[in-house]
Design a protein around this ligand. Structure first.
Ligand code: 3PG
Length: 393
């Protein structure tokens, strides 16, 4: 599947490589909350250095632009600078951070730099990035001799540094990107039975995945805000829980298509009218209740299904796991998935919040592949276009 990998690149001594990474990590001010994505990028950086390259690293971070205009304070709040500093620590070598948007100036600074690892500032500070602007892509490309995409997590976006840039440079796949594709593909050709566990909010972003994996799965277990739409579509009262009409219509269609493969909560923990956590059977949710977790009978049923799995895919928390009162369902199921993945099944988990919940269990090490991607994982598994992969795999 992969002919254009880093190991297939020619000798890179004296050559410059534009390395697109996804360093879009959660920040608290200038402090990095979670550096999993930064660590995951190290193998490609080291491999390129071993090949003798000078590397120009670029990533997006958050959403600094609204309607093409920079949000006030974005250049400080969403600078890549602290991430470049962490990279220097992890690589244990000097890293040159080059801020600024004037590409002619940057080109000169890059050629003068004595460091072999250079990091540009947030790609989304340039409006051309989101627009997949060809002139901007060409200018970015002019900074280097080769292009490597190791940013699988943003490869579902039609954006200049993952899409158009490939028209202007010989392009290759990074090590993480390759691993993501190989491991995610295992869910598309699964060892049966395949059990899919989905939570999170909207149905819209998951509809292709539910359809495509649903056809292959023996069960699709639904929790979180996602399940509320399916419950409402079946005529259950969901009180003040988040649902939207469009998602309920989509849910209705998916129920028709997948029938008994879909497993919905049979009991839930709600916040009642006085915001107290209360256990309710699914047909007893009151009109002032907000569903915020799955209940014990649902946990038991989901666990029973997970134990049958030889392939397990999980994306999306099953409740408001950041809240002490509503974390139990998500964490219990995370442990079950991890335990089953320890040997009996191939376990695949992705999505920022999902991975954060998994890490709370201290059992992430049992999962066969923890994806760095959220939306891109859904898009890849759902068979949607992946502009960042085109012409490199
Ligand atoms: C992610 O965190 O899922 C990726 O970095 C993509 O970010 P985006 O949704 O802002 O494009």
């Amino acid at each position: 599947m992969f002919s254009r990998t880093i190991s297939a690149m020619p000798n890179l001594s004296g050559r410059q490589v534009f390395l697109r990474l996804d360093l879009n990590v959660p920040l608290n001010g200038q402090e990095i909350v979670e550096d999993y994505k930064i660590r995951a990028a190290l193998p490609s950086i080291k491999a390129l250095l071993d090949h003798g390259a000078k590397i120009i690293i670029a990533s997006h971070l958050g959403e600094p632009l609204v309607k093409g205009k920079l949000i006030v304070g974005a250049k400080t709040a969403l600078t890549i600078k602290p991430i470049a500093a962490r990279l220097a620590q992890l690589l244990d070598r000097p890293v040159k951070f080059l801020p600024g948007q004037n590409l002619a100036v940057l080109r000169q600074k890059i050629s003068r730099a004595t460091e072999n690892v250079i990091v540009l500032d947030n790609l989304r500070f340039w409006p051309g990035e989101l627009e997949n602007n060809r002139d901007f892509a060409k200018e970015l490309a002019s900074l280097a001799d080769f292009y490597v995409n190791d940013a699988f997590a943003v490869s579902h976006r039609q954006q200049a540094s993952v899409a158009a840039i490939k028209d202007f440079l010989p392009s290759f796949a990074g090590i993480l990107l390759e691993q993501e594709v190989v491991n995610l593909s295992k869910a598309l050709n699964p060892k049966q039975p395949l059990i899919v566990v989905l939570g999170g909010a909207k149905v819209g972003s998951k509809v292709h995945l539910i359809r495509r994996l649903g056809r292959k799965a023996s069960k699709v277990l639904l929790g979180g805000g996602l399940a509320n739409n399916f419950l409402a579509a079946q005529g259950y009262q969901v009180g003040q829980s988040l649902v939207d009409k469009e998602s309920i219509d989509l849910a209705r269609r998916l129920i028709k298509e997948l029938g008994k493969k879909l497993v919905l909560p049979i009991d839930v923990i709600v916040a009642d009218s006085s915001s107290q956590p209360v256990l309710r059977l699914i047909n007893q949710v009151g009109d002032q209740d907000r569903i915020l977790d799955i209940g014990p009978a649902t946990i038991q049923e989901f666990s029973r299904q997970i134990k049958t799995g030889k392939t397990i895919v999980w994306n999306g928390p099953l409740g408001q796991f950041e809240n002490e009162h509503y974390k139990n369902g998500t964490l219990f199921i995370a442990r079950e998935i991890a335990w089953q993945s320890r040997g009996a099944a191939f376990g695949l988990v992705g999505g920022g919040e999902t991975v954060a919940a998994l890490q709370m269990t201290q059992m992430a090490g049992y999962i066969d592949w923890v994806s760095t991607a959220g939306g891109a994982m859904l898009a890849f598994l759902g068979g949607e276009p992946m502009p960042g992969l085109k012409n490199i795999i």
